[in-house]
Design a protein around this ligand. Structure first.
Ligand SMILES: Cc1cc2nc3c(=O)[nH]c(=O)nc-3n(C[C@H](O)[C@H](O)[C@H](O)COP(=O)(O)O)c2cc1C
Ligand code: SF4
Length: 437
């Protein structure tokens, strides 16, 4: 429902978020759940993949890869089973959108998975949920149990001849298990160490079998696309940039969140087109009384910060890259003028150093060195040459590792060091001599 003066919300994925018992099969079915599955099972897998390609749906896990294209890469006729894995690790700091879907509308999530499984030829779905989300785990398990009893999961679903099982696999709470191949290792019972790609999971994934892995929000869009058609989805949101043949736009609707130093943190759903400013000031309620906004990371913690005067960029994949950042998870983290940016950079660097799996030298050593140097500056023992040292580290880390965790460590820290250079230099000045000395 539009709130006067604000960019309007469009409730598609979130339409049952506030409905009493919306997580139960009875209420979900009254509200249309599993109608799309019924329709999808009368379509061929190839038709479904085509429809999702037409929709221009892009992955909502952070990287924005076109979903239909990913599905079309799944290896066929391998003689091995094909798996669908739902990435419900939601380990990105400041991000809590997938949790809303799993807790408030788990049947939508499950329906999206079942349709996807049919489209890619999978007969097993693993839903990998972070261990710190006990309610999401319980709601998804209950939804599977209800759906199994109603003939929506298991053998011969809705009399279609299609059989598919679904299981929850709880994680143990490691950021790196959100990275798709780290997650696959974890499902296999090993340490969450990302794999070198290629081979990509669509060819060799979990248990070395063809696997499609998608984010919770990504697959929750699939039932709407089946019911309304890919073209209708592609018409919503931000169209591809005609001047850029590689642009895919930001179509459909998108869950977006705000957390940090704002009055009203939360999650909302929009047709992309809303600016970061409208999101943070309008829906997030703006800064706390007497404060000013200093820096915003548009999505999670892994993107460069934007300053208050840079917030007019639209919340779209291409638009935020043009603005010098990225959409990431579209859940913005807001820092106000009480936030010390040197301390913030130490905090961010500490997180990544702690979460590095340690396989790649630039990440294992680089993240720790970055943290150490930033700590030194925060403690007042830094020198201006430390800023050059940090720039050298950014270069030695970025783009040189197995997975993107190391890049994700560099991007926010580098943007803070560059945009708040004066704060770093001020921290290096010798403290004034005590009075009377
Ligand atoms: C360090 C790291 C952590 C990640 N964590 C998550 C996560 O918690 N949830 C998620 O969906 N994707 C996460 N991703 C992205 C996944 O690797 C992958 O791109 C995504 O699950 C693909 O699904 P999508 O195409 O539907 O977005 C992470 C990536 C990296 C490098
Ligand atoms: S980049 Fe870091 S987290 Fe990723 S595989 Fe290498 S060491 Fe592990």
């Amino acid at each position: 429902m539009a709130t006067s003066g604000l960019y309007p919300q469009t409730k598609v994925l979130s339409r049952s978020f506030d409905v009493k018992d919306g997580h139960t099969l009875a209420v979900a079915r009254e509200r249309g759940a599993y109608q799309a599955l019924e329709k999808a099972l009368k379509m061929t897998p190839a038709q479904l993949v085509d429809e999702v390609k037409k929709s221009r749906l892009r992955g909502r896990g952070g990287a924005g890869f076109p979903t239909g294209m990913k599905w079309s890469f799944v290896a066929k006729n391998t003689g091995k089973p094909t798996y669908l894995v739902l990435n419900a690790d939601e380990s990105e700091p400041g991000t809590f959108k997938d949790r809303y879907l799993m807790e408030r509308d788990p049947h939508l999530v499950l329906e999206g998975c079942l349709i996807t499984a049919w489209a890619i030829g999978a007969s097993t779905i693993f839903v990998y949920i972070r261990g710190e989300y006990p309610r999401s785990i319980a709601r998804m398990e209950k939804a599977m149990e209800e759906a199994r009893a109603a003939g929506l999961v298991g053998k011969d679903i809705l009399g279609s001849g299609f059989s598919c099982e679904a299981w929850v696999h709880p994680g143990a709470g490691a950021y790196i298990c959100g990275e798709e191949t780290g997650l696959l290792e974890s499902i296999e019972g090993k340490r969450g160490h990302p794999r070198i790609k290629p081979p990509f999971p669509a060819v060799e994934g979990v248990f070395r079998c063809p696997t499609i892995i998608n984010n919770v929000e990504t697959l929750s869009h699939v039932p709407w696309i089946v019911l309304h058609g890919g073209d209708a989805f592609a018409k919503q949101g931000i169209a591809p940039d005609p001047a850029n043949p590689r642009s895919n736009g930001t179509c459909g609707t998108k869950l977006m969140g705000v957390s940090g130093q704002v009055r009203t943190p939360g999650v909302w759903e929009f047709e992309p087109g809303i600016t970061l400013r409208e999101l943070v000031y309008g829906y997030g309620g703006g800064p706390l009384p007497g404060r000013k906004i200093k820096a915003v990371i548009p999505g999670g913690i892994s993107m460069p910060v934007l300053l208050d005067h840079e917030l007019d960029a639209k919340m779209g994949f291409d638009e935020l890259v043009k603005a010098g950042s990225g959409l990431g998870t579209a859940c913005a983290i807001v820092m106000d003028d009480s936030c010390d940016m040197v301390d913030a950079s130490v905090n961010i660097a500490h997180f990544f150093a702690h979460e590095s799996c340690g396989q790649c030298t630039p990440c294992r050593e680089g993240c720790h060195w970055m943290e150490k140097v930033l700590h030194r500056i925060a403690d007042g023992d830094g020198q201006p040459s430390d800023l050059d040292l940090l720039e050298g580290m950014f270069k030695s880390i970025e783009g040189r590792t197995i997975c993107a965790l190391a890049d994700a460590a560099v991007w926010p820290v580098r943007s803070i060091v560059r945009k708040f250079r004066a704060e770093f230099l001020a921290r290096m000045q010798p403290a004034p001599a005590p009075a009377g000395a």
